[in-house]
Design a protein around this ligand. Sequence first.
Ligand code: FER
Length: 290
Amino acid sequence: MKNSVVLALGFVLSGMFISAQTIEKQAPQGFDIEKKEIPHGKIDTVTYESKTVGTQRRALVYTPPGFKKGNKYPVLYLLHGIGGDEKEWFRNGTPQIILDNLYAQGKVTPMIVVLPNGRAMKDDRATGDIMAKDKVEAFATFEKDLLNDLIPFIEKKYPVKKDRADRAIAGLSMGGGQSLNFGLGNINKFAWVGGFSSAPNTKEPQQLLPNPEKAKELKLLWISCGDQDRLMPFSKRTHDYLAANKIPHIFYVEPGGHDFKVWKNDLYLFSQLLFKPVDQEKMNSFLKLD
Ligand code: FER
């Protein structure tokens, strides 16, 4: 009896050790440098009708290298921060370069990446006082725009898989809070959820996930934050609640502050986990990856 417990514990610990060893935590040099000689994905600007806002709204859409209309792709909705718009990731985070480079190495499952404007209001530009109440509230309104307007538009216009298992949501800061709020609030719609350096708009854990067991239906729940980021408490309290409720998730405390160096690294790591079989044992061992 005792021997078997020791054996089981040894097995679990060795699994943790192996996982921790094999998980790359920092993108290698050059991961975000454009390489001319490899195939490139394509960025489109799309306009969709938002019944939620009552306007035509814009989003960018990245289709992967080798994209074919005849195939069907999973989709990642990738959300920006409080000072950004649909171009923030594209300009500062260059997901198109990071992903092109990963595709060239066969490291990501082909997916479509949608970069929406998460400030769902008539004037959705990041101008004037970006912290104004109506602008901050518009980040919450975006839940309706995303679910009722943007996702149906993308699913009509692009060849995409429509199961929850083929839909991911992630974002940085305000977009991280949105991803946790919308993703965990709509587990029937999203199976992959990532919050990078999530902002104070992140709901309190009890509100975020009143029934923690439900989160076991997720394929991946990723929470990361730079160790120098003053917004750490919003990630930490979410992690603490998940850990207390034994919900498998990744909590990655990485070197850095509240900036794109961290978020590019997050995208590099997170994108490689998406839309692939999940090893639950491995997930558990990621409980705290730092
Ligand atoms: C705040 C501090 C930071 C806040 C939002 C942020 C709404 C968002 C930062 C970002 O998106 O980079 O108090 O309140």
